[in-house]
Ligand binder design. Sequence first.
Ligand code: TRP
Length: 325
Amino acid sequence: MLKPENEDGAASLVDPQFRHDVLTGLALRPRAIPARWFYDRRGSELFEAITDLPEYYPTRTEIGILDACCADLAARVPAGAAVVEFGSGSSAKTPRLLDCVKPAAYVPIDISGDFLRESAGALAQAHPGIDVVPLEGDFTRPLALPPAIGAMPKLGFFPGSTIGNMLAAGAVDLLRSMRASLGEGALLLIGIDRIKGEDVLVPAYDDAAGVTAAFNLNLLHRINRELAGTIPVDDFRHRAIWNDSRARIEMHLEAMRDTAFTVDGRAFTIPAGETIHTENSHKYGPRDARLLLRGGGWTPLAEWTDPADRFALILAEAQPERFAP
Ligand code: TRP
């Protein structure tokens, strides 16, 4: 099926997985659509803008920790290591880590080949001494690393508290996949956001300028654009809710009045006050984070936080597994 998709009127195929996830998710109770569909071009731009918001503390806090812990971290990473980043790399964090650790190679892994090659090219230019080897693939499953880094010590890098966007079971599975990909003896540097007061958490996901609201609502625009939807986007509002028992911020799109619409010809109704659940951001206390890592096969070795203890960078090692005390 062909549909016009972008501004220049180019037609493109409907992504059957997107269609399936939206139609299934709107029929679920509670309604829920997987967060991966946020990130079309507009969504990715809005997310970049979120990381600059005054209320969104995680990005700048993690960068501050990375700068402050550099000497300590560099002393714990063997010389001639390969840094393997799960995700394409952020313009602010990756160069800092590379400058700090001075690895022999850098392997960014991402499912989107175009974005991957773009950012890898820029990094290679800025770090002529580092062999940059992008790897296109799904890092939620064990992957074969490039033979060129086979003999090097490995340091996995997974910043941004992205692990917090998974449910506990999925987070453990992902940590186990990373362990399988990197191998026993590897190190992992992971960013994990801390539990803190709602006065700080809720504004980080519901900012005064409305950028996070626009990011969440963009999903509805994308459905209308790519799946021939008739969703009245103005009838929905962004909600960020702290779920204390599950220690997570939940993102929802709430219908402000009874709504009826179609997506790809299928009819849906959402009564006023009901929501579509679009994302979770789990937060971890210090012991919670270490337990999560151990559950995923990683032994915490060191951790660094900011002075307000808002965010943690944890270094862990894939030690041989022990099943007895
Ligand atoms: N990993 C980020 C986080 O949980 C992702 C994120 C930030 C996000 N703001 C968002 C996801 C708003 C959805 C909506 O902090």
